[in-house]
Design a protein around this ligand. Structure first.
Ligand code: SF4
Length: 321
């Protein structure tokens, strides 16, 4: 697999991973190859992100879809800094002691959303376990700033687990994002090595809580595959997600950011992704996106429209029964 040189340069951002042996992934299969980013709209999106001093997970995570998404002016903003207090084995965001929160950041995000004329925006963040509320209030202020500056834009948030604090969950739920997205990332057996700072059932409980408090919010969660999970384990996660009433599941191939990160155990074929899609649909999700390049925020705007249509169709069918 060819690594993005920018990401390799940033390997020193992961002091905790330098002790890991190099475990480079083999050659990336053809179905994961994408065109290098280019084009005017891509450059304009980049210029605006720089001008507003914003951080995007598209760049921080070295997302393979950046050319396609930015050419459509779709970017996922990452708030609360560039340094995360956790050290997940799959993630290229730097680990360390974060800086103080930038109080003007919510407004800058709101201005950028307005200037870009976005119909739908996705806001994610680093985990801020150093803050008393894990950043819940900053999320709320960002949602409010977007509503003020761009009232027609629909908002999808992709936060961490707020260390399981239910008051913080409720604070963010009460800000009423249109979509509450929180990724389970992998199967529970792999949490201790892949997502050591998180807890599987804590993340599931957060998503279940959103639906219990405000059923009008869509809930969404994503999984990476190719980390060594079995199909039976993925099926069990789908069942758990349905028990938590999650509307939308996304599944994509894990890509290793640097040779120090968790290795790619397997390239999942497009045919296997089709099988995962059928499995998820049979389990009753309102929407399913499972392809090698699916990412949690990929096509989020178009998918939000489809989600709304799918909910209406379901309600109409129920009313007719
Ligand atoms: S899929 Fe998400 S993270 Fe990747 S480039 Fe698109 S918006 Fe950014």
């Amino acid at each position: 697999m060819t690594y993005n040189p920018d990401l390799l340069d940033k390997a020193k951002r992961h002091p905790e991973k330098q002790k890991n042996p190099d475990r480079p992934a083999g050659r990336k299969p053809d179905w994961l190859r994408v065109k290098a980013p280019q084009g005017k709209v891509y450059q304009d999106t980049k210029a605006l992100v720089r001008k507003q001093k914003l951080t995007t997970v598209c760049e921080e995570a070295g997302c393979p879809n950046i050319g396609e998404c930015w050419e459509k002016q779709h970017a996922t903003f990452m708030i609360m800094g560039e340094v995360c207090t956790r050290a997940c084995a799959f993630c290229n965001v730097a680990t360390g002691k974060p800086e103080e929160l930038d109080k003007l950041e919510p407004l800058r995000v709101g201005v950028a959303v307005k200037q870009m004329g976005l119909n739908h925006v996705v806001i994610t963040s680093v985990d801020r376990d150093d803050l008393p509320d894990s950043g819940a209030d900053h999320f709320v202020k960002t949602i409010q700033a977007i509503r003020m500056k761009a009232p027609k834009t629909t908002i999808e948030i992709l936060p961490g687990d707020f260390r399981g604090n239910q008051d913080d969950w409720d604070t963010v739920i009460a800000a009423r994002p249109d979509v509450f997205n929180h990724n389970l990332e992998t199967v529970p057996r792999l949490y201790p090595t892949i997502r050591p700072g998180a807890r599987y059932f804590r993340s599931l409980s957060l998503l279940a809580r959103v639906k219990a408090v405000d059923p009008s919010q869509f809930t969404k969660s994503g999984l990476m595959v190719g980390l060594g999970e079995t199909i039976e384990e993925v099926g069990q996660v789908m069942d758990d997600m349905r028990a938590a009433d999650i509307d939308f599941i996304t599944i994509g191939q894990y890509l290793q950011p640097t040779p120090k990160h968790a290795p790619v155990e397997r390239w999942i074929t497009p045919e296997e992704f089709e099988k995962l899609t059928r499995m998820a649909k049979n389990k009753g999700f309102l929407m399913v996106s499972a392809t090698p390049l699916t990412r949690s925020s990929h096509h989020a705007g178009e998918d939000f429209e489809k989600l709304k249509a799918a909910r209406e169709a379901k309600l109409t069918k129920l009313a007719a029964e």
